[in-house]
Design a protein around this ligand. Structure first.
Ligand code: NI
Length: 217
């Protein structure tokens, strides 16, 4: 009498199937996506990970800030073309200068098309970043970049509108002994202030120019 074929309980088959699907799904999710399809951006190392932006989400809003000369700035100052908005602070030791250098490089690479987009640097450190400070800082990255500041309330409001994370990080007892943790994302905004797409801030100038070219049409 031959042994009957070993019976595998259905529950084990189902469990094995579910495990296989889970493995396949995780392999799929872990695939790096080409930058062109990556419409998401995670924040800088200091900020909470998982800050995902996508077109259609409510990003941006009326601009109510202070320009490099101390004058009030509203959305109508940005209605002539697209804006490439970045939040950071002038004392930033690494991420902000690297990003703004890449932006300046990207604009060079774009050539005449660069005239259609205005890079805007908005500080998240209004205490130290006065109009004069942001002016000097932005100018260091090229004549095209506009620096903006505001009252702490204005900065809090615009950061909320752009879903920007920022927080003071104490480094000592003195009033200026702090750095700012902040998310690092570039926002391409339309002439009407509508959010077009996020652009990864950790790209080279070449990559950023390619992203811009694609999004600017
Ligand atoms: Ni920074």
């Amino acid at each position: 009498m031959a042994d009957p074929a070993p019976r595998i309980p259905w529950v084990m088959i189902l469990a094995a199937g579910a495990a296989a699907i889970a493995v396949l799904a995780s392999i799929y999710l872990l695939q790096p996506k080409p930058p062109a399809e990556t419409e998401t951006e995670t924040a800088s190392a200091n900020a909470p990970v998982g800050c995902v932006l996508s077109p259609g989400k409510q990003i941006g809003g009326p601009i109510d800030l202070i320009d490099e000369s101390g004058a009030a700035v509203t959305q109508k100052h940005f209605n002539e073309g697209m804006s490439l908005v970045y939040f950071g602070y002038t004392f930033c030791p690494d991420v902000c200068p690297t990003t703004l250098n890449a932006v300046a490089d990207a604009l060079d690479k774009l050539g005449p098309a660069a005239a259609r987009v205005r890079p805007v640097f908005i500080t998240v450190d209004p205490k130290r970043d006065t109009p004069a400070v942001v002016k000097q800082y932005a100018a260091a990255f090229g004549p095209a970049i506009t620096g903006l500041t505001g009252t702490p309330e204005q900065i809090a409001q615009v950061a909320r509108a752009y879903r920007v994370y920022y927080a003071e990080h104490r480094t000592g007892p003195g009033p200026n002994d702090y750095s700012m943790d902040h998310s690092s994302i570039l926002y391409l905004m339309g002439p009407d202030g509508a959010f077009i797409a996020p652009i990864r801030a950790d790209q080279s100038g070449d990559e950023m120019a390619a992203s811009l070219k694609k999004l600017m049409g």
